[in-house]
Design a protein around this ligand. Sequence first.
Ligand code: SIN
Length: 306
Amino acid sequence: MDVALTTPANPIVAVAARGARRYATLSAAPIAGSLGAEITGIDLSQPLTDAQVADIRAAAVEHLVIFFRDQSLPLDRQEALTRGLGGFGDTPFVEQLDGHAGVVRVVKEAEETGISNFGGGWHTDWSFQAAPPSFTLLYAVDVPPYGGDTLWANGHLAYETLSPGLRCTLDGLRTVHSARRSYAPGSHLDRTADRRTMRIHASDEAYAEQEHPLVVTHPESGRKALYLNPTYTIRFAGWTPEESKPLLDFLAAHATQPAFTCRFRWTANTLAIWDNRATQHNALNDYDGWRREAYRTTVVGTAPRP
Ligand code: SIN
């Protein structure tokens, strides 16, 4: 008897095999079928050559998120790498480290229970900006004994696995992005401000709206990607929120289906670098009672183009 293996919840997706890859100055080994690779052969505590930075960039564009375990990464080295990858992006709404513009301490203390975490929920960093960051760097210094993993989803696969008919319909659409759900006065982050260590500056500026193409072409790889996320994408341009919701919900679920994701188990002293132009990510909030701390910088990007 034939058994139906394909259901809406369990589609058959053809994800091409990925192999370990040697770049001139480092090596990358995939951690999942769709995206993500662990990098070896490089010491980030030392000043990096142009060739090493170029390889880091190439690996991040190819694998979409890369991980460097067991690295000693003083803040000035993370800042230097951020500059080497293109320079700091603009960091709104979140307090930055004194004397270190552009560096955010992402922390949830053991006592901060029953509240949302920074970076929880699927999103693409600062997609409400006119030129959202190209890359984000996150260096974990303290991690819980379990939980606190981060998930990433591959936006290229999200686009490429849609039917030709739907791709054709989506190609011309534009979306509206806004920070209001996260950073407007009265948002969850704002209402729980007195219970968290991270200082979030909720502001009416979060109501600003920014249009982007729904389907973008990656400026470095030339590959198309679905560019939307359920945190900041609030509707299609020219559509009402009610008209937009069913298609946005379908695309958000399609884009983050398990087969298109990787899940990373952090260890202390690991740096992750991800490419925001073709990914979403989601920091899991399943470690109440434990501490998690990381240092985050973003690299300036360009306006997404169709
Ligand atoms: C973020 O979304 O920038 C933070 C991700 C994480 O803490 O894993």
